[in-house]
Design a protein around this ligand. Structure first.
Ligand SMILES: NC(=O)c1ccc[n+]([C@@H]2O[C@H](COP(=O)([O-])OP(=O)(O)OC[C@H]3O[C@@H](n4cnc5c(N)ncnc54)[C@H](O)[C@@H]3O)[C@@H](O)[C@H]2O)c1
Length: 338
């Protein structure tokens, strides 16, 4: 007898939510509820649009949380993708506190009260590599044992929520992992409120005949990036990773990224987009963006991610090429769902 696996995705009008929904709906048993402040549009290209429902819910309101969780009789998995991004958090720490900490905690607490057919849903919390910071990010390779030392509001608030996740998981209240995402690029649409926005803009804008400002001039500066395809594959895999793959009080996994220099990004850009488009890239240093970018990881060994079998991108060219190819293909929020 086939059963239905209901999967909730918050932040579903953002970048990753619709692509994740499209991936999950390909499994015939899955039914996805995609939720955001306003009901997200139905993602394009779904194999079965009837198995995706789009719901409005402001997660800072407990009545909205209760209504959202009542949208299915039980949940197989819950992806917590809602959030305020890095620049937005520095500008408005109170909003970050409300959304990145308080709303997430309220939602986690509400999930613990669900009967849910006697089974805990797998919770996947989208955290960030911005939980890492100096001196570890500037002084060497990030390992599973590297302490989290964020120097921004965003990373600090995400880390606070990770600690809630760890403790609630240890106490047997939830079954969760926190996924520390590197910068996922190339992001279609408009720039995010992230210090790393240019990592997508440097391909997206020139391909649309527009200028992109690069806030760094040092071509040896490294960033950790990942393609949407690999990130979505890996997030989906976290639904079925056995709970005991990690200790009950350590639930954070640094998700696979590849370390690339700004110089390598320029080379990949030229190879994939063409040297005629270099004229759209203009360097204009931004001290605050540079401070945040330089505080994030530059190299990592991804021990936990490798141990549990997550996938990696090949190189920067492949990542840029997938975006450029997607412009010619059927699109989901600008991306072909692979
Ligand atoms: N995309 C990346 O490169 C990246 C990197 C590191 C971490 N992350 C994390 O992964 C998650 C998903 O990333 P994304 O790029 O899809 O994010 P996004 O910014 O595109 O989407 C976040 C969504 O959260 C929603 N949201 C904000 N406040 C809300 C509230 N009160 N109630 C309900 N929804 C609310 C927003 O409306 C938005 O649509 C985020 O939590 C982000 O912090 C992403």
């Amino acid at each position: 007898m086939s059963t239905t696996d209901n999967i909730l995705i918050t932040g579903g009008a953002g970048f990753l939510g619709p692509i994740l929904a499209a991936k999950l709906v390909r499994e015939p048993n899955n039914r996805v509820v995609l939720s955001d402040l306003r009901a997200p549009p139905l993602p394009k290209g779904l194999t079965d649009p009837a198995r995706c429902t789009c719901v409005a819910a402001d997660l800072t309101k407990s009545a909205d949380i209760d209504r959202l969780l009542a949208a299915a009789p039980s949940w197989r998995a819950v992806f917590l993708l809602h959030g305020v991004m890095s620049v937005g958090c520095e500008e408005n720490p109170a909003l970050s506190q409300l959304v990145n900490i308080d709303a997430t905690r309220s939602l986690l607490t509400a999930i613990t009260k669900l009967e849910n057919g006697g089974r805990k849903p797998r919770i996947i919390y989208a955290s960030t590599q911005a939980v890492y910071g100096p001196p570890y990010t500037t002084g060497g390779t990030i390992t599973d044992d590297t302490p989290a030392t964020p120097i921004g509001v965003y990373g600090t608030h995400k880390l606070i929520t990770e600690l809630y996740v760890n403790d609630m998981n240890r106490r047997g209240l939830i079954d969760a992992f926190s996924a520390r995402l590197p910068t996922v690029t190339v992001r279609p649409g408009v720039p995010s409120r992230s210090a790393a926005a240019f990592l997508s803009g440097m391909v997206r804008e020139p391909m649309a005949g527009q200028e992109c400002i690069i806030p760094l001039s040092d071509r040896s500066a490294r960033q950790m990036i990942c393609s949407p395809r690999i990130m979505i594959d890996n997030l989906a895999r976290l639904i079925t990773i056995p709970s005991d793959a990690m200790p009950s009080h350590i639930r954070s996994i640094y998700m696979p990224g590849i370390s690339v220099t700004l110089g390598e990004m320029y080379e990949a850009f030229e190879a994939v987009c063409g040297s005629d488009k270099l004229k759209y890239l203009r360097v204009e240093k931004d001290a605050e963006a540079e401070r945040l970018l330089n505080s994030w990881p530059q190299t990592a060994d991804f021990g936990n991610a490798r141990r549990i079998g997550l996938a990696f991108d090949d190189d920067c060219k492949q990542i840029f090429r997938e975006y450029v190819d997607s412009l010619r293909q059927e699109k989901i929020n600008g991306y072909h769902v692979s």
